[in-house]
Design a protein around this ligand. Structure first.
Ligand code: ADP
Ligand code: SR1
Ligand code: MG
Length: 407
């Protein structure tokens, strides 16, 4: 069957007609609802009430949902979500939903319905604590990045990865434009709270900031270090107290490792800023602390993998007992570079969410415009500092100092 956009009726029929899906759902009548609240795609939950079974069916639309049908975007992007999810099932098992089926002609991905989990952003708004999050997300980033980097994968495996993800140019371009460029210039897609007009203008006129943003864009466009998720914000994580699942990897590409780490850090910092303005100071502190923990835990895990991991460019017998300290020093240096870049990427991600087309729920839903402006201004002040100083920040402690100075 060729591509046609599904709706709640056709998706139920589609589920019936595909054995891999009906095997999960069982006999009976299927009912569907659309739950997509993301910026790009259709997401259906298809249920069989008789058997109390369900699946999620995600389908790419031929346009960018958050802008409208006039902004064309190839539905082929679903191929990259499919490929990366299949890879994550092995490299980060237990941290992505089960994949039941995929269809490269209909651009659909059929997966486990995470009905006992919540999108992290929404849980944050209810001040829910997630004790496993920083461990799980740093496992996800460190393991998948290491396994696909020159340190953990041989050249043949990496050549295949390059070719599998090389065609994801359209989504890379979205990030190049909407994270690194448009928010810092006049562009019709930009929008911001009128109360921060002056701040927004000051960033568009801040040459030093714009220079660094271009430097970071260059790194993003050229440093094919490892396979990245590419859009790892707190809307791409579904979790509860016991389990964490990463979803929505259609932006996957070979890029700089710091990009995913920066996305998580930025989103925790924005959550912290929002919750402080919402007068939840203890929870805000926890979110801020979680941002530091993510940097620290990732650093430790990645360094350990670099020293002990196998499968990449370090040929057996290369390092002798006497020069292990050099292997460790190199591991530190590599990790330190990744963290520095992650801070710059995080800064861009925080700035774009106040000035560009796509904002974040925790800040955007602060009803009082004046209070929202306080959160947006804080996020922008911290973002600018992070972008300007990213080359000096390679530890959680240095990040904490920078943020404390900006407060
Ligand atoms: P988009 O690519 O449009 O951003 P997402 O993959 O982020 O789409 O999914 C949009 C929404 O659909 C999520 O915010 C979540 O509410 C829901 N969703 C996505 N995947 C699942 C899943 N496996 N289980 C339950 N709900 C899901
Ligand atoms: C075009 S901006 C839409 C945004 O939504 C996705 O989640 C990505 O972050 C993208 O930049
Ligand atoms: Mg999403």
């Amino acid at each position: 069957m060729s591509y046609e956009i599904l709706d709640i009726n056709t998706v139920a029929r589609y589920a019936k007609g595909v054995k891999a899906i009906s095997d999960v759902l069982g006999d009976g009548e299927y009912i569907a609802k659309e739950v997509g609240d993301g910026n790009l795609n259709l997401v259906f939950i298809v249920e069989n009430p008789t058997k109390q079974t369900s699946v999620v069916i995600k389908q790419a639309l031929p346009y960018l949902r958050c802008v409208g049908e006039s902004f064309k975007l190839g539905e082929q992007r679903m191929l990259f979500e499919i490929r990366s999810m299949l890879f994550y099932e092995k490299a980060a098992s237990g941290l992505v939903p089960k994949i039941y089926h995929y269809d490269e002609a209909k651009y659909t991905l059929v997966m486990q319905n995470l009905s006992k989990h919540i999108i992290m952003r929404k849980g944050i708004l209810d001040c829910i604590e997630y004790p496993k999050f920083t461990d799980d997300i740093t496992d996800f980033i460190a393991k998948t990045a290491f396994a696909t980097s020159v340190y953990g994968m041989d050249s043949f495996g990496r050549s295949k990865l390059y070719s599998d993800f090389a065609q994801n140019g359209e989504l890379r371009k979205l990030t190049e434009d909407f994270v690194f460029t448009f928010p810092y210039m006049q562009n019709e897609t930009n929008r911001h709270n009128p109360l921060i007009d002056e701040k927004a203008e000051s960033i568009k006129a801040n040459g030093a900031f714009k220079e660094k943003a271009m430097e970071l864009k260059y790194i993003f466009m050229t440093k094919a270090e490892a396979l990245l998720h590419g859009d790892l914000h707190t809307g791409s994580v579904m979790l509860n107290q016991d389990e964490t699942f990463v979803i929505d990897s259609e932006f996957a590409f070979m890029g700089p490792i710091g990009f995913d780490l920066g996305a998580v850090t930025a989103n925790l910092l924005m959550a912290s800023i929002a919750m402080r303005v919402r007068e939840k100071p203890e929870y805000a502190d926890k979110m801020e602390h979680a941002a530091y923990e993510v940097i620290e835990k990732f650093g430790k895990k990645f360094e350990t993998l670099l020293v002990n991991g196998k499968g990449g460019m370090y040929v057996d017998g290369y390092w002798g007992q006497n020069d292990l300290c050099h292997k460790e020093a190199l591991a530190k240096k590599i990790t330190s570079e990744i963290i520095k870049e992650s801070i710059g990427f995080a800064g861009c991600k925080m700035a774009r969410r106040q000035l560009g087309v796509a904002h974040v729920l925790e800040i955007e839903s602060i009803e009082d415009e004046t209070k929202r402006a306080i959160a947006e201004t804080k996020a922008l002040d911290i973002a600018v500092k992070m972008v300007l100083n990213y080359e000096n920040i390679d530890t959680a402690e240095k990040l904490k100092n920078l943020i404390t100075e900006a407060k």
